[in-house]
Design a protein. Structure first.
Length: 60
């Protein structure tokens, strides 16, 4: 998937099946994949905070 591309319905279905497999213990995701997902989530959270603080005028 390219950066900025909108995921389609197949992508969501594949992600759900991966999550179900991991929760059931039948599939093991590599540690690098888990770390990348956590890093992406924290980056998005930081970007949201920066946008919010910029709107409020606390940072430029």
């Amino acid at each position: 998937m390219t950066v900025g591309a909108n995921p389609g319905p197949l992508h969501g279905a594949m992600a759900r099946s991966e999550v179900l497999g991991v929760r059931a213990g039948t599939t093991r995701l590599p540690d690098a994949v888990i770390a990348a997902a956590r890093e992406e989530r924290s980056l998005r959270r930081l970007e949201r905070r920066i946008r919010c603080l910029t709107r409020v005028g606390l940072i430029r």
